[in-house]
Write a protein that binds this ligand. Sequence first.
Ligand code: AMP
Ligand code: ZN
Length: 267
Amino acid sequence: MDVEKRVVETIKKYKLLRKSDKVIVALSGGKDSTSVLYILKKLGYDVRGLMIDLGFGEWSRIHNENMGRFCSGLGVPLTVVDLKAEMGQGICFIKAVLKKRKGLTGCSVCGTVKRWILNKWARKLGGDVLVTGHNLDDEAQNVLMNYLKGNVLLGVNSAPLAGGGSVDGFVQRVKPLFFVPESEIRKYAEKMKFDILYDRCPCAFGTYRVETRGWMSNISDGEKLKIVEGFMDLDLKSEGRELRKCVRCGEPSSGEVCKACEIFGCL
Ligand code: AMP
Ligand code: ZN
């Protein structure tokens, strides 16, 4: 697959970006977000990297160092935000407390915290859009995970252009790699010889996401595409699930109080 071509097609078809946009790319340091930053810069977009330092010891240190080098090589500004400074606690502590008090486990805690920090900082940086490196595998997993949880509506915003763009304070999230399988993006990053870590998050083990990824390993890329396209064809409406402002922190939320504030309330 020509990954760059697929990105251009997705941007065009779903009107993800305008050349005048200030584009903030959420960088984890992994192959997906690194590649999307590289491609958007190559296409001439005004990009800036935004990375959350998760504080995972050596793993985070290497990721941060890699992204510092990668961005300066491309002449792209990079902002690194310290998770502990933002949340008052490190992610391991937050996860441990939530497990004990709410029985919450898995990657969803980290996802909630990341989304909250990324939106806040993308707005602070004057971003028009926030790009993430979510790929076809991530999206197909989301669809099936939501089905298995018995709530397909959880995926109502699962599209290249995530919903909520009209909410004040919400920086539109876009996913240019939405239709690119993970295997293709890995091949692309390796071919480009990006000097990054190709390992998965050391914290993600035994979670629902990891389990799902495991049993989905026999599903072909063509089938993954059918899963996300089939889901988008349902054209579910987000009635009653529109985003609004969290009454506590003012960030976009699907309920009165956002999920990050629920987490803050537990700490
Ligand atoms: P993940 O949930 O780790 O698969 O990440 C999905 C996307 O979220 C990545 O492609 C990035 O765009 C973004 N992301 C994940 N981790 C971070 C981080 N530490 N800092 C900034 N963005 C991140
Ligand atoms: Zn809140």
